[in-house]
Design a protein around this ligand. Structure first.
Ligand code: C5P
Length: 277
């Protein structure tokens, strides 16, 4: 069995307030890429995980990995033994604002739901996803969606104008943990994310985690400057808590020209030329 774990992009991310439990109330538009990590599974006597790929170094393959935690949690909630040998091809940088472990966990949930004929609308699936992390419900949904509360209250949106748009992801190859970025947010509510067409809302919106992330990792400002300067860019911004930044382009040629130019000027940066799903 095979399941893609697309990268998650926050086209805009408005942080509205800090909640008593330390989490933040936010408004965001989640979108997903055509490419990402790849999760494979085959029948086995017991649950296990191996990892390969360009970003596999240092990842845990024991109980701490979200793929295994997701499999165990769904097995417990639905009464089955998740005896599968998982193999994760880790193509996306970790701790980088594009879903990472959340996308992999969601792929494991989708795969197990298929295998055990669990309805995608089954509330047990949603409950397990929400308990695994704030972004897991959106990653489980896997299509453009508006997120509120912790990012886990999902509201479907019509995304025809976004579908298939050429996209370039760029990361300075420096990890950035999510918690400290939220902690460094200045607490100022800069207003709601517009409703309606998600491209228009994203264009009029912002990522409130960009300034605190740049404070922790100034290289992000350089990535953003370079992306904004590329011909044919419709929107460029940081995703999530960073450090990955993205640019949407009006054409594949413009995206590929930007990709080639950045490869030459900044060979150390990670890039993925893809499109929105
Ligand atoms: O839920 P998840 O484990 O993915 O969140 C990682 C961290 O990001 C949390 O521990 C919290 O510090 C921060 N976070 C937040 N508000 C959110 C989502 C995440 O403060 N809405």
């Amino acid at each position: 069995m095979i399941e893609t774990a697309p990268a998650k992009i926050n086209l805009a991310l408005h942080v509205r307030r800090r909640m008593p439990d330390g989490y933040h109330a936010l408004e965001t538009i989640f979108a997903f890429t055509a490419d990402g990590d790849v999760l494979r599974a085959s029948a086995a006597e017991r649950l296990s995980l191996t990892i390969s790929g360009p970003f596999s170094d240092g990842l845990e393959t024991d109980d701490g990995n979200l793929v295994l935690r997701a499999a165990r949690a769904l097995g417990e909630a639905c009464g089955f033994d998740p005896a599968l040998a998982f193999h994760l091809e880790k193509n996306l940088p970790v701790a980088s604002g594009i879903g990472g472990g959340s996308a992999d966990a969601a792929a494991a949930l989708r795969l197990l739901a298929r295998r055990h004929a669990i309805d995608p609308a089954d509330p047990r699936l949603a409950a397990v996803a929400a308990a695994l992390g704030a972004d897991v419900p959106a990653c489980l949904h896997g299509r453009t969606v508006r997120g509120e509360a912790r990012g886990d209250a999902l509201h479907p949106i019509a995304a025809e104008r976004l579908s298939g748009l050429p996209l370039l992801l760029v990361n300075p190859r420096l990890p950035l943990a999510t918690g400290p970025v939220f902690k460094a947010w200045d607490g100022v509510d800069r207003g709601p994310l517009a409703e309606g067409d998600p491209l228009d809302a994203a264009l009029a919106g912002r990522n409130d985690l960009q300034p605190p992330a740049i404070g922790l990792l100034p290289e992000i400002a350089t990535v953003l400057d370079r992306l904004a300067a590329q011909p044919g860019v419709l929107l460029s911004r940081m995703s999530g808590s960073g450090a990955t930044c993205f640019a949407l382009f009006g054409s594949v040629d413009a995206r590929d020209a930007a990709d080639a130019g950045l490869a030459a000027a900044h060979p150390a940066w990670w890039r993925l030329a893809t499109r929105l799903g």
